[in-house]
Write a protein that binds this ligand. Structure first.
Ligand code: PLP
Length: 345
């Protein structure tokens, strides 16, 4: 199958910038670090879900769907980006979110509501809530497209398979030969799409995934299966074994994922502040802060980078989560301890 000819709608601006992190590189002395700015895709603050949605939305429009339903945690970035894309393309946006309705809308939920989303809180019965919501819409005459968690599936993964040739053109223009590309791994669509793309398009770099929640024992096996199934689906020659994949969990007593998904974590915040203070680039506390902490730790241990090597960090977005209640609260003390807040005498 010719991947270049797969249909997609246009959402967001490409190529996203590939920038050198000169001050951070100098400070760490572990090679030259670059950042691929997929936080800058747009729409509605963008992030990595936009590349997936270009292919997903094409399928939804071609199939004559009138509503787009997706699922996630209450602060899903994927949900927010999906809503923006649906609104832009004239589909009704519906989010089915885990847990009870929150007391205050913060972070992504403010933006979801602002864009006119139907927000359904599923409690602890996600499957039941999805089925009931689809039925309600279909009874009213809609055709509902169901997009799985994180937009991860063969269609969405095309976004990150095809991000690889974009990146290869940039590194060629800039005369780079990076040894690694580091990204956060959640629902795995981004990591697996990148690994598949990197193999298929013969990229020089290894893709390193950092889990954003404590990974299940079969996390790597699931990643390998997703890559192989997707490769077969598109008729590509790539086959991987889980031992070929590089997913770094970090030290057992201080894993890069922290204690749990979305849980405020001081080591993650320290890594976020490091990048903010050395490059003026803002990460998020749920995904990119964890991946970035992982990258810094691997660099410091000598397990990544080194003299003369180039390493790229993929910024997948997510900064809207900085304005969620729990993360705002968690940051107060750190920030007050760490910066000068003055009043003039
Ligand atoms: C969803 C998300 C990820 C993880 O991507 P997956 O494809 O689900 O693994 C990483 N960073 C941010 C900011 C996200 O919103």
């Amino acid at each position: 199958m010719n991947l270049e000819q797969m249909g997609k709608v246009s959402l967001g601006a490409y190529p996203t910038p590939l920038e050198k992190m000169a001050r951070l590189s100098e400070k760490l002395g572990r090679g030259t670090l670059y950042i691929k700015r997929d936080d800058a895709t747009g729409p509605a603050f963008g992030g990595n879900k936009t590349r997936k949605l270009e292919y997903v939305m094409q399928e939804a429009l071609a199939g004559g769907y009138t509503a787009m339903l997706t699922v996630g945690g209450p602060q899903t970035n994927h949900g927010r980006t999906t809503v923006a894309a649906a609104v832009q393309l004239g589909l009704k946006p519906i989010l089915v979110l885990g847990g009870p309705p929150p007391e205050t809308l913060s972070g992504n939920l403010v933006l979801d509501a602002m864009m006119g989303t139907d927000l359904v809180f599923a409690g602890d019965d996600m499957e039941g809530a999805v089925a009931a919501t689809i039925e309600r819409y279909e009874r009213a005459g809609d055709r509902v497209y169901f997009l799985p968690l994180g937009g991860t599936g063969y269609v969405g993964m095309l976004g990150y398979i095809m991000a690889v040739p974009e990146l290869l053109r940039q590194i060629e223009q800039m005369g780079l030969r990076p040894s690694a590309l580091v990204c956060a791994a959640g629902s795995l669509g981004t990591y697996c799409g990148l690994v598949l793309g990197a193999r298929h398009f013969k990229a020089p770099f290894e893709v390193v995934g950092i889990p954003v929640s404590p990974p299940a024992a079969d996390f790597k096996a699931r990643a390998a299966a997703l890559i192989n199934d997707c490769s077969a689906h598109y008729g590509l020659a790539v086959r991987v074994d889980e031992r070929d994949l590089r997913i770094e969990n970090g030290p057992a007593d201080a894993p890069y994922s922290g204690a749990a998904y979305n849980q405020p974590d001081p080591l993650t915040r320290a890594a976020m502040f490091e990048l903010a203070r050395s490059e003026g680039i803002l990460l998020d506390p749920v995904y990119t802060g964890k991946a970035f902490r992982g990258m810094l730790d691997l660099l410091q241990r000598g397990e990544l980078g080194g003299a003369g090597e180039e390493v790229i960090f993929l910024h997948t977005g997510g900064a809207v989560a900085l304005w969620t209640r729990e993360h705002l609260d968690a940051m107060q003390q750190d920030l007050r301890d760490n910066c000068q807040i003055r009043t003039l005498p």
